[in-house]
Design a protein around this ligand. Structure first.
Ligand SMILES: [Zn+2]
Length: 375
């Protein structure tokens, strides 16, 4: 790999780190703001509870004033009653006194109600105060952590920036300018080439471009995204044995009412897929060409289950995954649909691969993909 490319890769990592730190530093005040907003919410709750207590106290004072006013009125009426001349006047005063007494009763009831409520109000205030206290402590801690993180980030940022300046001096000037221009627009300025593709924009390279990148003699840019291209031979070695990543093959059930098999020789037909199905005490057999998916010969029906009815077909065949209903099979007619044929061929491929690597693969299921006749 060219030293310029190596430096550019390091520069790209450093640039990414600088961006990440910048983002984090600018995120922190936003986080603190969110935290403080939450605290303001709790504070408002507490103030509301305190205001409710104050309002109750004011109401109580008002009711008490009402009561003392009413008492004053009553004693005034009593004094007047000593001087009345007629029975009607006396009755009227008595009526006024009764009315005032009733009013006093109503005000006393309201005071009593407020006293009962006061306990609940008091609890509300205390709970809000406790919550505010806990939250304030928590938030102070978070704010302190945010402050510390910012300080650390700023230190890291300074280190990364000086590293970037250092790296820039080790890169050819025109290349550096190109890298920075592309980075600005695309977020990255250098891209790996793997499987003949630019991994950043996924465009397949022209053979000449690919060879130039591989040879590592000169710097080449992607025709499509303009990123500077590089090739890492280590990655190729790692990527090569793709068979290692083959997903584990699903194994068909031994007692399934339908089974698909592959036979390398079948009468005069050559390679075929066999579909054996049990239904209503009878077994049916369909034979398909593995390349064209065409049905070969007639559908054969025999008594019993397919293992008993077609032992010569089961023995030594490769069992495959596949299960379609009788209606679906009839619907396929004389030719398997392409998707079905593909899925059978893919499974056959997997079964072969499994058989080939069976000796060193760990299997919880019997590894041998060929079957023996039911005994
Ligand atoms: Zn590209």
């Amino acid at each position: 790999m060219l030293p310029d490319i190596e430096n550019l890769l390091k520069l790209q990592d450093t640039d990414k780190e600088i961006r990440r730190l910048h983002d984090e530093v600018s995120e922190l005040p936003k986080r603190v703001a969110v935290i403080e907003q939450k605290l303001a919410g709790t504070k408002a709750e507490m103030e509301k509870a305190q205001a409710a207590v104050k309002a109750d106290e004011a109401s109580r004072r008002k009711f008490e004033t009402n009561i003392s006013d009413l008492r004053g009125k009553i004693s005034k009426y009593r004094d007047q009653s000593l001087d009345v001349k007629t029975n009607d006047q006396y009755k009227a005063l008595l009526h006024e006194i009764q009315f005032a007494e009733k009013e006093i009763g109503a005000n006393e009831d309201k005071i009593l109600e407020l006293m009962v409520n006061a306990d609940a109000r008091d609890k509300e205030v205390k709970a809000a105060q406790a919550e505010l206290k806990a939250e304030t402590a928590e938030i102070e801690k978070e704010k302190e952590a945010a402050r510390q993180r910012t300080t650390e980030d700023e230190k890291l940022l300074a280190v990364a920036k000086s590293k970037r300046d250092q790296l820039r001096t080790g890169i050819r000037e025109d290349l550096l300018r190109h890298y920075e221009r592309v980075s600005k627009f695309r977020g990255s300025g250098i891209s790996e080439v793997r499987d003949h593709k630019c991994m950043a924009c996924q465009v397949i390279l022209r053979p000449q471009t690919y060879n130039d990148v591989r040879s590592g003699q000169e710097t080449v840019v992607c025709d499509s995204c303009q990123r500077i291209l590089y090739f890492d031979p280590k990655e190729e070695l790692v990527a090569k044995p793709e068979t290692l990543h083959r997903p584990k093959r699903h194994h068909p059930k031994i007692d399934a009412p339908q089974a698909w098999y592959y036979r390398s020789e079948f009468a005069a037909e050559g390679e075929v897929f066999l579909c054996l199905t049990n239904a209503n005490g009878q077994a049916s057999r369909r034979v398909y060409d593995i390349h064209t998916g065409r049905l070969r010969g007639d559908i054969l029906i025999r008594e019993g289950n397919f293992r008993e009815a077609f032992p010569e077909d089961v023995t030594g065949s490769t069992r495959l995954n596949g299960n379609w209903s009788e209606e679906e099979l009839d619907g396929f007619g004389d030719e398997l649909p392409m998707v079905i044929l593909d899925s059978l061929n893919t499974d056959l491929d997997a079964a072969r691969h499994e058989a080939a690597s069976g000796s060193h693969a760990k299997h919880s299921v019997p590894a041998a993909p060929t079957e023996q006749a039911a005994s």
